[in-house]
Design a protein around this ligand. Structure first.
Ligand SMILES: NC(=O)c1ccc[n+]([C@@H]2O[C@H](COP(=O)([O-])OP(=O)(O)OC[C@H]3O[C@@H](n4cnc5c(N)ncnc54)[C@H](OP(=O)(O)O)[C@@H]3O)[C@@H](O)[C@H]2O)c1
Length: 327
């Protein structure tokens, strides 16, 4: 089994969780960390066990021993950091939202193809046991077709104009940060919608603090999606089928729950507790693809990331969410 040297750009909150996932993988070597500050890079490297740290991105990407980079900077910087890595011949897995609009994502995909390098959006749900179970149930005949979906991702995050999540210059707001998950679920279980309606609440900084989105489909199917920083609404997706109601949810102690109620009265319940909160699966997928010489994943194909960002653009256009970077 080949061992890969991993590097991180953006050593913040999620980079620590992703690293905990990498640590469970025998063929992942924690190689280097890049921050805007040499002190922060060294502190993160020391805390999590990376061998090298850099206070600038240029020296980090020039390292010939670095194989693959996980990008965990704010949404505003995903394009710039991904292009820098690809230009320097590094494979990339980049956090969601892949970039803040579709033209950036197109350029990232074109660059990866042109350089024959691996590129994947770091999407957590497709790899998780609760989602795999939902697909397994839907593939059976008992549930019937999916007719409607209700999905929410909401938690109280006190308003702080300095926080990444409320900062329009960092492409903050609930939609790209957490509302992306209900959108992913709708695209996964129902496909691309025919119509989109939105109702948005804006924070004083101009980003969306809450957004409700209604997807309509020509055959009468639909989805109701919601994200918010203003209440503890929780994380759940209900998939309403002809003969069953499937509910996937996450608890605060990181359990993944799935319950299904069939029209005939039967009920099933499942609880999953993956190691490292399931963050190991994405790193594992990257290295499996690299072992096979693939430049994209079949679990999170670039076509899905393209459809996702196009849909997010449409939602933002409908809601009037514009980042200063785009003006
Ligand atoms: N997959 C998931 O479950 C999940 C969960 C949470 C977040 N995310 C995603 O992960 C990404 C990072 O989120 P996070 O919560 O980890 O954010 P965070 O804690 O704020 O960390 C982001 C890091 O990016 C670096 N950075 C580079 N340029 C920056 C700039 N101009 N302004 C601020 N920071 C900058 C910072 O490191 P230095 O200051 O050291 O350079 C910072 O520590 C986002 O795309 C977010 O949507 C994913």
């Amino acid at each position: 089994m080949k061992t890969y040297n991993w590097g991180i750009i953006g050593p913040g909150n999620i980079a620590g969780k992703f690293t905990a996932g990498l640590k469970t993988l025998e063929n992942a070597r924690l190689h280097s960390v890049a921050s805007r500050s040499a002190e922060r890079a060294a502190a993160f490297a020391g805390k999590f066990g990376y061998s090298n740290s850099f206070g600038n991105y240029r020296d980090f990407v020039s390292d010939p021993e670095l194989d693959v980079v996980y990008i965990a900077s704010p949404h505003s910087h995903h394009y710039e950091h991904t292009m820098l890595c690809l230009d320097n011949n590094k494979h990339v897995i980049c956090e969601k939202a892949f970039a803040f609009n579709s033209s950036q994502v197109e350029e990232m995909i074109n660059k990866a193809k042109q350089k024959n390098l691996f590129l994947m959006e770091a999407l957590w749900p497709p790899f998780q046991p609760s989602y795999k179970k939902a697909h397994e149930l839907l593939a059976g005949k008992k549930t019937g077709r999916v007719k409607y979906m209700i999905s929410k991702f909401a938690f109280n995050s006190p308003y702080d104009p300095a926080a990444r999540t409320f900062n329009p210059d960092l492409a903050g707001g609930s939609l790209l940060d957490i509302g992306i998950y209900p959108v992913i679920d709708a695209l996964t279980f129902l496909g691309k919608p025919g119509s989109i309606k939105t109702s948005t609440v804006f924070a004083p900084t101009g980003v969306d603090s809450s957004i409700a989105v209604l997807f309509g489909y020509e055959d009468g199917r639909g989805a109701s999606l919601y994200s918010s920083f203003t209440n503890d609404g929780g994380i759940s997706t209900e998939i309403i089928c002809e003969h069953a109601n499937i509910k996937i949810s996450r608890t605060r102690d990181h359990r993944q729950l799935l319950s299904v109620q069939f029209s005939n009265g039967e009920e099933e319940e499942y609880s999953f507790i993956p190691v490292s909160m399931g963050f190991n699966f994405e790193g594992e997928e990257v290295m499996k693809c690299l072992d096979k010489g693939l430049t994209e994943s079949t679990v999170v194909p670039l076509s899905f990331s393209r459809q996702l960002i196009n849909t997010l653009d449409e939602i933002r256009h409908n809601a009037g969410i514009i980042y200063p970077l785009e003006k």
